[in-house]
Design a protein around this ligand. Structure first.
Ligand SMILES: Cc1ncc(COP(=O)(O)O)c(C=O)c1O
Length: 370
């Protein structure tokens, strides 16, 4: 066989990867940045100086070592992880989601009752659940929420019975809808997934702003993992996610983790933040107060429909999302237009809660751009 005349190395990339778009991060320079659920508050100057000195003294010439274990212990205490559970670290929860897909990528087997491994989540939901499945070559099943973004209990239970997924993700609260789902429905889904031998991952990325957490129910189950991140807490730039669960399950996921996935800088920043939780908790409290004020203000704007929020974001529906998004952008306010993400999100924008001043600017820009 003759070699092709002009072989292209591009042909060595998977066709599905070639047809994908890279995750787009919007250019936010000079804008009021309210598009990615970041904490708008930085570290106070005295803490910046203290952290700087600590980071400067680190052994950057060494691979990360024992400090990772110190961080795991500090996080376990911070999260009040139950006895007998274990915790692993990820470079953001994004990495943990990828590792979970990798670790569960099984062909059809007796354990999965003849089904290849798959991932199931309510939709609209966090994009990485579907993306991790696609990249790992696993089937993703999205089960639409109701029109008001509640779990569709019957559809979820039917899909679990049909697909027998390896993993069910439940974001608690959900992104981009910002709500906490009904606990009784969640328990039925968790039980159904357990009965067919699958895993449930409760994703609590927005826990600092939520009225409830699954941490006090996790001990009841042997198949539920709880994932959190320090991103929304105030360290989005640091990249630090963590996954807790029964030790035997965490041990399996931990085997596919790249050995030095958490840099000495990530670990030290996270430890520093956990030594100053009062600062971050006060910031979260301020964000919750601002969120409730923004919800009340938005409720008075004619033409805007909004939903309750247990997170640091608010989902709104406007008459023309593209027009409002562009108008807000032209006024220097960047939010996220999620209207093309899912059919249930027609004309929806996702607003991140910022400082009082940022929120006032956002509200004014929104009203002027409707
Ligand atoms: C529900 C949910 N889970 C996980 C993440 C990822 O967080 P991290 O910054 O830890 O990768 C996000 C980010 O927006 C999210 O919305």
């Amino acid at each position: 066989m003759n070699a092709p005349m002009n072989p292209s190395p591009l042909a060595r990339f998977r066709p599905d990867v070639q047809s994908m778009s890279a995750y787009a991060v919007q250019d936010a320079r000079g804008m009021v940045k309210l598009d990615a659920m970041e904490n708008p508050h930085g570290l106070p100057p005295a803490l910046q100086a203290e952290l700087g000195a600590r980071l400067g003294a680190l052994a950057l010439n060494r691979y990360p070592g024992e400090r990772g274990n110190d961080l795991k212990q500090a996080l376990a205490i911070h999260a009040q992880m139950p006895e007998g559970f274990a915790l692993m670290l990820g470079n953001g929860s994004d990495e943990l989601i990828s590792l979970l897909a990798m670790a569960c990528d099984l062909p059809p087997s007796e354990a999965s009752q003849g089904q290849p491994a798959g991932i199931l989540a309510p939709t609209p939901g966090f994009v990485m659940y579907a993306m991790s499945a696609q990249l790992q070559g696993l089937k993703f099943t999205g089960v639409p929420l109701t029109a008001d973004f509640e779990l569709d209990e019957a559809a979820m239970l039917a899909a679990i019975a049909r697909e027998k997924p390896a993993i069910v993700y439940l974001a608690y609260p959900n992104n981009p809808t910002a709500n906490l789902w009904d606990d009784a429905v969640i328990e039925k889904i968790v039980d159904a997934q357990g009965a067919q031998g699958g895993l449930v991952v409760m994703d609590e990325a927005y826990q600092p702003f939520a009225a409830r957490s699954y941490i006090d129910r996790i001990e009841k189950h042997k198949h539920v993992l709880l994932m959190r991140t320090l991103s929304k807490f105030g360290l989005a730039g640091v990249r630090l996610g963590y996954l807790m669960g029964p030790a035997a399950l965490i041990a399996e996921v931990d085997k596919v983790r790249p050995p030095y996935n958490i840099s000495v800088l990530n670990a030290e920043c996270a430890l520093f933040a956990l030594e100053h939780t009062a600062v971050f908790e006060a910031q979260a409290e301020q964000i919750r107060v601002e969120r409730d004020k923004l919800l009340a203000d938005l409720a008075t704007v004619p033409g805007v429909k909004l939903w309750p929020s247990d997170a640091n974001m608010i989902l709104v529906r406007v008459p023309d999302a593209a027009k409002t998004f562009d108008g807000m952008k032209a006024r220097g306010v960047l939010v996220k237009n999620v209207s093309k993400m899912h059919e249930l999100l027609g004309n929806c924008l996702r607003l991140t809660v910022g400082t009082a001043d940022e929120n006032a600017r956002m509200l004014a820009a929104l009203q002027e751009s409707l």
